[in-house]
Design a protein around this ligand. Structure first.
Ligand code: GLC
Ligand code: GLC
Length: 817
């Protein structure tokens, strides 16, 4: 069953009923201020860091789910006693005559109606300002006059979200607010009296009848958000919070004639003052930054204008890569939603979603490098800055902090290092950046090691140490040592954890010097050639020769010790036993090493690549995607770690861990099997499962990290949407390998690999200051192969479009055959 539809012209997903199988959310914000916003107006917002600077409170794992957000209660006085309802459905679960939620690019709009009163709420974060705008429009659609009371409601978080949820002995005594303009302007200033120099603002642009800032007064101690005493009483109490739980609520009265509308603008903002300008007078905060925001967004027209500017921003961004094809699901995912999700993973990393609490992880070294593959074509300058931040957390020996903190940009000591795949992802990220931009200059940037300036060296030196780290950390078979784990965080082969609750990721680890990873070897062979090219193109011929030899030798090692007869092995454990072999009882075949080895081109020459992918298909494929391994581990294995801790079918234990499915897609294109490549693409692509939303449960417009595998009770159910490396890799697979528009060091390679039944498609691609309008004709019905290619009407020698950089638009006609 479907709960909505795609409005492709508006680039919106339109949710048509509020009771979606899970909250379906959107992200507001593009630089420093962000809001998570669900289809029932749930969620919260923060400035820069979801843990340390959270403005509004949100309770994860709450009952009912998704309670708390920016709420508006309506008391429609036209009925006896007033008809009280919440137009976003939650929190009162009001029966609505109409409901629709449109999630667009950086904004959402909820529209609903009941008893002749229409409501719309447009919510977004304007570019460059640190606030959420909620523009409300009420319209009297009935034939009689209406007297309407509107109560706004938000609950303030006491900034540090972790502390907010735990430290009640302190927190119940520190909450402070200030109120101005008879209550139209509410300021949350907890801890401002001491070391904070920022406060939050919740304001409305019209006069109010009253306000509340104390939660208990507004709701009643034993009430939920669905029964606020104040709204039922029809009158605000003008409560001023002192300790306990500060909230912000405005009471506004409106008289509406038939057909009349009233618009209100609410601003939920973050304001900061310099230390010496904190106070207006003793005890009174300096409102200058708040006033500036409110002057700017003081009218419905100014809100509309800001939204128009935001739309232009997204039009320009997504205009950099767009697709037109008969298959609308593919076109909208590749051209719009997949890229949108890539921008969200760029902004959020793995911090704040409805599955990531915003107080846990920092930014991952490996995650951030991979995320970059999905947004480097959109915001290359920001990708450049990101690369330099990431590289600064590398250690002098080439290894890296596994995570770093977004606010400080420093490596995270709590998690430490030792994930031996990490260094190679830096080569992968930097290569993608250079191919996209041609900016070899980045290699000369001086970048610290271990965040220490005195250890700074060129970015190129960082790449060399990444490369060398793999070369010098090999085990008994000559394969790379796995360390704490490789890409599969849960393959903890040196962990041997027996203590309940101990984190597999951070617990004391020993280095067996034996446990090896075939996946790291394959990543090395995949990304190594880019390192070679970088060396050659910067005059480092000797280094290039050395790297070529190392890659060739690793390839031989994989063939000798990483092949199981019908597929690639996954690893060797700390005893030197095989993992991912037909000799194993469970976990006989894994997806990652097979996808990556073929992506790296290993076995294309001797039939092993085909054999490996056929084995993957035969043993791991399901109708909802490819599971991570089979058979699922049925018992906990001390020597394997977290992978065997999950019940069969979930997460890394034979779940469909979507991130690695596109590796198989790309691998299939290496074999030229376009139909199969497209099949693996569509199986995990959310738009293709839109009418199966009851089972899949999560948003049909974004990828999820995991879909439960065939061993699980809820085979096909998705979890952990939005913040996943799946976004970047699926975008790479569809844009670069299926549609085949791929940046290479010499320009833009055109190399489509599509189903024989796909008659053609077109792509508009901005690349290094020129625009390429690429039309691909596959009336020949082949899966791969370019018969002819013209650039601006002239036949081109080869299939690489040169970077013309002339700011003009160029026509590219491609005929497959
Ligand atoms: C999570 C992690 C990622 C890891 C993957 C597989 O998505 O963020 O770093 O590679 O799980 O374990
Ligand atoms: C857990 C998850 C894994 C994730 C890791 C990162 O092990 O299963 O997917 O990568 O945590 O902290």
């Amino acid at each position: 069953m479907q709960y909505g539809y795609f409005d492709d012209n508006a680039r919106e997903y339109v949710i048509t009923r509020p009771d979606t199988p899970y909250p379906w959310i959107n992200y507001l914000g593009s630089e420093d201020f962000y809001g998570l916003f669900s289809n029932t107006s749930g969620g919260y917002c923060f400035y820069r860091d979801a843990r340390l600077l959270r403005l509004t409170r949100y309770r994860y794992n709450n009952v009912p789910t998704d309670a708390g957000g920016r709420y508006f209660y309506i008391r429609d006085g036209g009925h006896a006693g007033g008809d009280i309802w919440t137009p976003s459905w939650m929190p009162m679960k009001s029966a609505l005559d109409r409901y629709e939620c449109r999630h667009g690019m950086g904004y959402s709009r909820i529209s609903s109606a009941r008893n002749g009163l229409a409501f719309s709420q447009t919510s977004f974060v304007p570019l460059k300002d640190n606030c959420e705008i909620h523009k409300i429009v009420l319209t009297n659609e009935s034939n009689a006059d209406k007297d309407v009371d509107i109560f706004s409601f938000i609950e303030f978080c006491l900034w540090n979200a972790n502390d907010d949820m735990t430290n009640f002995q302190r927190n119940f005594s520190i909450g402070e607010v200030e109120v101005e303009a008879d209550g139209a302007r509410i300021y949350h200033k907890t801890e401002y009296r001491e070391r904070r120099n920022h406060y939050a603002l919740w304001a409305v642009n019209v006069p109010v009848a009253g306000f509340d800032t104390d939660r208990q007064t507004f709701l009643g101690l034993y009430n939920g958000f669905d029964h606020p005493e104040t709204v039922f009483a029809g009158k605000a109490n003008n409560s001023v919070a002192s300790g306990w739980a500060p909230i912000g609520s405005h009471h506004i009265k409106a008289h509406l004639k038939p057909g009349e509308s009233k618009a209100l603008v609410f601003v939920l903002g973050y304001c900061e003052n310099p230390d010496d300008k904190k106070w207006e007078k003793p005890g009174v905060i300096n409102k200058a930054p708040a006033n500036a925001l409110l002057d700017k967004y003081g009218s419905p027209e100014s809100a509309d204008k800001a939204l128009a500017v935001l739309k232009e921003y997204w039009d320009a961004l997504l205009g950099r890569f767009s697709v037109d094809a008969e298959d609308k699901r593919m076109a909208r995912m590749a051209g719009v939603w997949n890229q949108y999700q890539c921008m969200v993973t760029f902004n959020m990393s793995r911090s704040a979603s409805y599955f990531e609490s915003g107080i846990g992880r920092g930014m991952g070294f490996r995650d951030s490098n991979q995320d970059l593959l999905g947004f480097v074509h959109l915001v290359p300058e920001r990708a450049r800055a990101r690369i330099l931040d990431i590289a600064a957390t590398q250690f002098p020996d080439g290894s890296a902090y596994h995570q770093y903190q977004p606010l400080t940009k420093r490596g995270n000591n709590e998690v430490g290092s030792g994930f031996n795949d990490d260094p190679l992802w830096l080569i992968c990220g930097v290569s993608a950046y250079i191919k996209e931009t041609g900016d070899f200059g980045i290699l000369n940037e001086k970048v610290p090691f271990d965040n220490k300036d005195e250890l700074a060296d060129s970015l190129f030196a960082h790449l060399k140490r990444s490369f060398d780290y793999t070369v010098t950390h090999t085990g008994p078979h000559g394969l790379p040592l796995i360390g704490r784990a490789d890409w599969n965080d849960c393959l903890n082969l040196n962990c041997f954890s027996k203590t309940p609750g101990e984190s597999f990721q951070t617990t004391a680890n020993f280095e067996s010097g034996v446990a090896e990873s075939v996946l790291i070897a394959a990543i090395f062979v995949f990304t190594g050639p880019d390192y070679v090219e970088i060396c050659r193109r910067t005059g480092r011929e000797e280094e290039a020769e050395y790297a070529v030899k190392a890659i060739a030798s690793m390839t031989e090692t994989i063939k000798a010790h990483g092949w199981d007869g019908n597929w690639f092995l996954r690893a060797y454990d700390a005893y030197g036993h095989k993992i991912g072999s037909n000799e194993c009882e469970d976990g006989q075949i894994f997806i990652e090493s097979n996808g990556f080895a073929v992506m790296a081109g290993i076995g294309l020459d001797d039939g092993r690549a085909k054999k490996a992918l056929d084995s993957v298909r035969e043993r791991l494929d399901t109708k909802y995607g490819i599971v991570l391994q089979q058979p699922a581990y049925r018992e906990y294995h001390l020597e394997l770690g977290e992978v065997s801790s999950y019940p069969p079918g979930y997460k890394e234990n034979a779940g469909i861990f979507c991130h690695n499915n596109p590796w198989v897609t790309i691998a299939e294109t290496k074999l030229g099997r376009g139909t199969r490549a497209f099949e693996t693409y569509t199986k995990i692509c959310p738009a293709y499962r839109e009418d199966d939303s009851d089972l899949r449960r999560l948003e049909p417009y974004v990828y999820a990290q995991m879909v439960a595998g065939k061993d699980a009770q809820c085979f096909g159910e998705a979890k952990n949407s939005w913040l996943t490396g799946t976004a970047a890799w699926t975008f790479v697979s569809i844009s670069q390998y299926i549609l085949g528009v791929r940046p290479v060091f010499d320009g833009l390679l055109i190399d489509p690999c599509i189903p024989a039944s796909m008659k053609g498609f077109s792509v508009i691609r901005h690349f290094q200051n020129a625009v390429y309008r690429i039309t691909v004709d596959n009336s020949a019905g082949v899966e791969k192969g370019v018969k002819s290619l013209t650039l601006d009407g002239k036949p081109l020698n080869g299939t690489v479009l040169p970077a013309l950089g002339d700011g003009r638009t160029h026509e590219v006609k491609v005929v497959m055959g």
